[in-house]
Structures are given as structure tokens and as C-alpha cells.
Design a protein around this ligand. Structure first.
Ligand SMILES: [Cu+2]
Length: 479
């Protein structure tokens, strides 16, 4: 990782000296350091690698990686920085990088046929953008996404607040699941019909930061910020910290009023991030478990928190958890809001009769022959460059009522914007958080609002990646 350099001033000086001779240079004002944006440069390679995910006796797993790592190298910059990422595709298939949750120009969004041409094997692409918001974000491919992500392509993108948020230390937990064969290879049944029409590709092994979950050492009295990111294709995590009360401080990167989650459960669907503050209120030598409550009727212990014997970091309990500073999001103007509706239909055991595909209506029995089983407002997608499901005027406030008429949950993700969840299932959403992904309950509704302040054609799709294969993708045009 390299950063802070002055390429513009150097190249200008080089060019100028070539044109007018070095004597003139002394008369020219040099760009002041204060006016130079902080440019952070990274090299990122999508490349095959072998990763030690399972215990040694199973052997290494051939994966797709960013910079040879599982999860991919964490990119970390400060709010307001300009980021320049030199991306190289060392895979034998095309790919792109999508910067999930970052509000950046459409040309940098990594969506094929909209933002850019896929980066062919052996080719490169330079992504460059300024990061307006602080928070926990992530990146992943947007080509053959289900397979490339199931093979390991994803990484976390952390954007630090300009003023550091006060905690004793920070942790990042990248949550994932994998579908392994007995020999530690990844099962190559990508996009199989059963996963597309049901709940997506779930795995048989869970990892945290690319390893089997283990122990989490803590010290009494510590205050820890934990950044949780779910990079799984389809699995929803519902985490509960035994004997502890982590406060949620951010959702999908964006600050939210610090609060205890309902039933002490952190629900993290694919694509979502949750930042929590954990006060280690136990005693030296204590242990506790972090449990995944998704599996009803059985207690799945994911991580064991283990207190060291060290004396507490501080004698008395910490003060209340304070809020993060707001990100510079455009405020909603509800008085002028334009209303829209998007209905999700289809899936196994659903009631969808048929849908439009490539401009033709097909009854469901025909549609499945094209591998499509889901539709948004009656249209099953066949490309990322779909005709817009709705158009929002640049600068306008828009409210979308999303209706899930299916028997499955769907984490619906909007590119290029944050939106506010006003209601779920007709009831005001507590804290009305700003997010980029909303988890729709089966047969549930959500009312979401956003200011269309970033021009372009932006994907609105399910983050269960096999559902995208089955057609659950649309485009919202901001113009
Ligand atoms: Cu879905």
C-alpha cells in the first residue's frame, strides 16, 4: 500500500519545463499542499490462490482471491480521501469490482454494461473516486457474481471518521459461508436451480475472517468496536452475544442512534454491515458465546469470547455509547416526495403466474426453461442494463413501497445511494436508519425513501446472488 504523493504537481512541472524551459518555472506558483486532495493508492489483483480455510488435514482450498487473501485485503482510508485503485484481472474469466455502499460516480460502480466493460483476463482498470461517507463498506465482483463470490472474491472497505471514534480497540468480523466437498474444494454446483428458486446458495461451513470461528480474547472493562460484514451469497446471520449487550452504532456504514437490537439479536443479511460497541462487562476468566440464532431450535455457538486473567482495563463502567457523526447525506423532503411501488414475485411455492423476459411475457412453466423464477414489477431480468423500473428526477425525494409477495426473505440493495427505512410491514421502523440494503421479510413490505442525488442507472437487486440469476434485478434511473 502506498499513499500521499504529488503526481499532478510533478507531471505538470515536467510538462511545463519541457515546454517553456526550467527558467520559467521559478515564476509559476506551485500547487499548495493544502489544496492537494489526499490520494490513497492501492493495487488490487483478482487472482486464483490456495487458502487454508479448513484444518490442515483437509488440505488447502483453491479459491478466487483479491491479492491472494481470503477475505480480500482490507482497504482502509479516511473520509474525504480520493482513492485510486489499480485493479488487475489475473483470473481466466472477466470480472469487475463493485464498491458496495459507496456513493461514487456511476462510471466507478463496477456494473457491466452500465459502468464499464468487464475487465478481461489479463487486463486492468483504474478505479478512482472520492469517498464522501465514513463507515464499514465492502467490495466484490459484479460479473458471474454468484460463482466468483462463492469462490471467495470479496473484501472489506473501511472508511475512518475524520475524528477517531473513541474505543479501546477495533475488530472486523467478515462473516461468510462456504459449500465444501470432503476434500476442501468448493462444490462447483454454482447457480443450481434449487438454490435459484429457493433460499440461494447456503454452505456447510461458516467462517469469520476466512477461518473457522474460534475464540475471541477480550479483557475485562474493554470497549470494542466490532465491524460485522456479511459477504455470504445467501446466508443470513442472527448473532446474539451471551451475557453482553452490544450497542448498534451504524448500519451499512451509516451512523444510527446507539441502541440495543431487538431481542439482543444482530440480524445481518447478505450485503449488510453492522457496527457495534461491545462493553466487556464480565470478570477476568469469564467466557461467553456468540450464538447464531438463525437455526431455530438449536443453539449454534459460533465464537467463544474468553476473558483474560488480566485486571480490568478500568475500575468503573464506561459512560453511555455515543453516536457517530452523521454522514453528509441529502436530507429527505417528504413534502415533495414522489411515490413508487416495486413488487417482488416468484420463487418456489410462490403464486407468480408468469413474467416478462426479454420483452415477451411467458407463463411460469415457460419462464423456468430460461432459468428465471423471480420478477420485479412483473419483469425477470436478463442483463444488468435493464430498462428502468422507475426514473427519479435528479434532486427529488422518492419513496418506494417494496412489497415482497414471496415466501422467502430478500435483502434488497440499491447502488449509488443510501436510503432511509421509514416503515416495515406498515409500522414505523425504529430509528429509521439510513442503509443500502433492506431485508424484506417473507410476505412483508418496506417503505424506503431516498434523495436521487447521484445521476446514473443504478441497480436495485436482491443480494441473495442466486436470486439475481433467477431474475431479481432492476434499474433505477436518476436523471
Ligand atoms: Cu432474494
Amino acid at each position: 500500500m502506498t499513499h500521499i504523493h504529488l503526481p499532478q504537481s510533478i507531471s505538470r512541472r515536467t510538462v511545463l519545463s519541457g515546454l517553456v524551459g526550467s527558467a520559467a518555472l521559478t515564476l509559476l506558483p506551485l500547487p499548495s499542499l493544502a489544496a492537494t486532495p489526499n490520494v490513497r493508492e492501492f493495487s488490487l489483483k483478482a487472482q486464483p490462490a490456495k487458502a487454508s480455510i479448513l484444518p490442515d488435514k483437509y488440505g488447502k482450498t483453491p479459491v478466487f482471491s483479491y491479492n491472494g487473501q481470503i477475505p480480500g485485503q482490507t482497504l482502509r482510508v479516511t473520509q474525504g480521501d480520493t482513492v485510486r485503485i489499480h485493479f488487475e484481472n489475473k483470473l481466466d474469466e472477466p470480472t469487475t469490482v463493485h464498491w458496495h455502499g459507496l456513493r461514487i460516480p456511476i462510471g466507478m460502480d463496477g456494473v457491466p454494461d452500465i459502468s464499464q466493460k468487464p475487465v478481461a483476463p489479463g487486463e486492468s482498470f483504474t478505479y478512482e473516486f472520492r469517498v464522501p461517507d465514513a463507515g464499514t463498506y465492502w467490495y466484490h465482483p459484479h460479473v458471474n457474481t454468484s460463482e466468483q463470490m462463492a469462490k471467495g472474491l470479496s473484501g472489506v472497505f473501511i472508511i475512518d471518521e475524520k475524528e477517531p471514534y473513541k474505543v479501546d480497540r477495533e475488530e472486523t468480523w467478515v462473516l461468510d459461508d462456504w459449500r465444501f466437498n470432503q476434500d476442501a474444494t468448493i462444490r462447483n454446483d454454482f447457480g443450481r436451480g434449487m438454490d435459484v428458486s429457493h433460499g440461494g446458495r447456503t454452505g456447510n461451513v461458516i467462517t469469520v475472517n476466512g477461518k473457522l470461528p474460534g475464540t475471541f480474547p477480550v479483557r475485562a472493562g474493554e470497549r470494542i468496536r466490532i465491524r460485522l460484514a456479511n459477504v455470504a451469497n445467501a446466508k443470513i446471520f442472527i448473532l446474539r452475544f451471551e451475557h453482553h449487550k452490544p450497542h448498534v452504532i451504524a448500519l451499512d456504514g451509516h451512523p444510527v442512534e446507539p441502541h440495543l437490537p431487538k431481542d439482543n439479536q444482530l440480524i445481518i443479511a447478505p450485503g449488510q454491515r453492522v457496527d457495534v460497541v461491545l462493553d466487556c462487562s464480565g470478570k477476568p476468566g469469564d467466557t461467553f458465546s456468540v450464538i447464531d440464532d438463525l437455526y431455530q431450535g438449536e443453539v449454534y455457538r459460533m465464537i467463544d469470547g474468553v476473558y483474560s486473567d488480566a485486571t480490568p482495563v478500568r475500575a468503573k463502567a464506561q459512560g453511555p455509547v455515543v453516536a457517530l457523526p452523521d454522514n453528509p447525506l441529502s436530507p429527505l423532503d417528504m413534502g415533495s416526495a414522489v411515490r413508487h411501488e416495486i413488487t417482488i414475485d416468484g420463487g418456489a411455492m410462490g403464486s407468480m403466474q408468469g413474467a416478462e423476459f426479454k420483452g415477451t411475457y411467458y407463463p411460469i412453466g415457460e419462464l423456468v426453461k430460461y432459468g428465471r423464477v423471480w420478477a420485479l414489477n412483473g419483469v425477470a431480468a436478463h442483463t444488468t442494463a435493464m430498462a428502468p423500473i422507475l426514473t427519479a428526477k435528479l434532486g427529488s425525494t422518492n419513496v418506494i413501497t417494496v412489497r415482497n409477495d414471496t415466501g422467502f426473505p430478500h435483502p434488497m440493495h440499491l447502488h449509488g445511494h443510501a436510503f432511509r427505512i421509514l416503515k416495515t410491514n406498515g409500522v414505523d421502523k425504529p430509528h429509521q436508519p439510513w442503509v443500502d440494503t433492506v431485508l424484506m421479510e417473507p410476505r412483508g413490505t418496506a417503505e424506503i425513501a431516498f434523495v436521487a442525488d447521484n445521476p446514473g442507472d443504478w441497480l436495485f437487486h436482491c443480494h441473495i446472488l442466486e436470486h439475481v440469476i433467477g431474475g431479481m434485478l432492476s434499474v433505477i434511473r436518476v436523471a
